[in-house]
Design a protein. Structure first.
Length: 229
């Protein structure tokens, strides 16, 4: 592989004696930009996030792609693929909402998931984590239980963002709480550091969305409902 792609795939930086891939740093920065875009309810958050997902997919298959860590986190890698699918879904929903408001309203109207939503979240969290743990343990993922929750929780949070549920920010906090220790143990230091930054953004984002929910006009809520949000 040559040119810009070749450089991006192989380029490294050494920090405190640890070799770190530039694409891990850049991929996480795209993820951070996507989180900020989600906080601001901007449609561009979805395509920006997809770019980061593509980069990080190769990063977390360290054993397969012979990265400095040489450690495979199948949950971390696999969730990037599902992120892309869910991001396409969220992108379409937010575009539909923006269109329904005549291009002037927010891309999504925040709301609480409610009882039905929480039942969905709880069932998927328990069943998804259990099933993924059994799979990841079988195929040799590093830290299979933590990896399983990160995988499942991340998909739940992304789906919740697409639906406009305030709770998706809280799910991200639960993912970060497990993700930081796992990434540190596996040697993915930029990702662990960015997870800590995400935590601050997520806490702020939660307060922003709750305030926005209280401030939305009846016309915006009606338009969002018409768009299927």
């Amino acid at each position: 592989m040559t040119g810009i792609l070749g450089w991006l795939f192989d380029a490294q930086i050494v920090i405190a004696g640890h070799a770190i891939l530039w694409r891990e740093i850049i991929g996480n920065l795209f993820g951070l930009a996507s989180a900020i875009g989600g906080l601001r309810r901007q449609i561009w958050a979805w395509p920006i996030g997809i770019v980061g997902n593509v980069m990080l997919f190769t990063v977390f298959l360290g054993g397969v792609f012979h990265t400095p860590q040489a450690t495979d986190l199948y949950g971390q890698a696999g969730r990037q693929v599902f992120f892309i699918a869910v991001a396409c879904y969220g992108w379409a929903r937010w575009r539909a909402t923006r269109k329904a408001t005549g291009g002037e309203g927010p891309a999504v109207v925040p709301r609480w998931a409610g009882r039905a939503g929480w039942i969905q979240i709880a069932v998927v969290a328990v069943v998804g984590t259990t099933v993924c743990f059994l799979i990841f343990r079988q195929i040799g993922s590093f830290g299979p239980l933590a990896d399983a929750w990160i995988f499942t929780g991340s998909l739940l949070a992304t789906y919740g963002m697409a639906r406009g549920w305030n709770e998706f920010w809280l799910i991200w906090i639960a993912v970060d709480a497990v993700g930081v220790p796992l990434l540190l143990r596996a040697g993915y230091y930029p990702s662990a550091a960015l997870y800590l930054v995400y935590a601050g953004v997520v806490l702020y984002g939660f307060t922003v969305w709750v305030r926005a929910q209280r401030a939305e006009t009846p016309q915006q809520v009606t338009a969002a409902a018409a768009a299927g949000v």
